[in-house]
Design a protein around this ligand. Structure first.
Ligand code: PGA
Length: 250
């Protein structure tokens, strides 16, 4: 049985004070309401440490949105996996489509980051997803398979890996993949991972769906056999909306 995982990706939103306020309110609910799924929140870098302090008691996983693939050195503006682990992070999100689209991250770079983060003891949420053009051209499966294979190159142990399937056309657009569309891709990701790491490891792998998940569609999406939770953007910025999604996951 795979435990579902719901993570709020706050993206570039909230000051430290705002982050602490939101995190405190979420921790209040998650810590006291008998939530059974794993819950994470991913504030911006400056807020990580303070947020970590107010959620620690609740079991919520402190999550970062990105990291570099070296431990330290002359990489102005970057933050390393080692620093995130020391700041109390349990997870780091890597290869989000906004990073691929706006910051030129290739699957090769994502792979370097995944390997470094795992080596530093972080758990990784590796994102994959096709653009609208790719879906319309019928190459969704090929694109996702490639991203999974390249992202996991030379990764032998996937115990600490989660994959997030996030169709680019569904992120922040209000358009959600149907639960059948998502299930189809999730099943194909699991099959790809089985080919790389074996059936056993693939059957334990959690695969989240992301892209306009909201209270009204979460339950249906999470009910699909290969969908093990969600990576939530917009709806994770409001306590009630986020908690409704968390509760839909159990
Ligand atoms: P969204 O974002 O829920 O706002 O569509 C999801 C994500 O980018 O992780």
């Amino acid at each position: 049985m795979r435990r579902k995982i719901v993570v709020g990706n706050w993206k570039m939103n909230n000051t430290i004070a705002e982050s602490v306020e939101l995190a405190t309110a979420i921790a209040e609910k998650v810590g006291n309401d008998g939530v059974t799924c794993e819950v994470g929140i991913a504030p911006t870098f400056p807020a990580l440490h303070e947020v970590g302090k107010v959620i620690e008691w609740s079991g919520i996983a402190l999550t970062a949105q990105n990291c570099h693939y070296e431990n330290d050195g002359a990489f102005t503006g970057e933050v390393s996996a080692r620093m995130l682990a020391a700041a109390g992070c349990r997870y780091v999100i890597l290869g989000h489509s906004e990073r691929r689209q706006y910051f030129g991250e290739t699957s090769r770079i994502v792979n370097l980051k995944v390997r470094k983060a795992l080596a530093e003891g972080l758990k990784v949420i590796m994102c994959v997803g096709e653009t609208l053009e790719q879906r319309e051209n019928g190459v969704t499966e090929a694109v996702i398979t490639e991203q999974v294979k390249e992202g996991l190159a030379e990764v032998s142990d996937i115990t600490n890996l989660v994959i997030a399937y996030e169709p680019v056309w569904a992120i922040g657009t209000g358009k959600t993949a149907t639960s059948e569309q998502a299930q189809e891709v999730h099943a194909s990701i699991r099959a790809t991972v089985a080919g790389i790491c074996g059936e056993q490891a693939a059957s334990h792998l959690r695969i989240q769906y992301g892209g306009s998940v909201k209270a009204s569609n979460a339950q249906e999406i999470f009910s699909m056999p290969d969908i093990d939770g969600g990576l939530i953007g917009g709806a994770s910025l409001k306590v009630e909306d986020f908690m409704a999604i968390v509760n839909a996951a159990g």
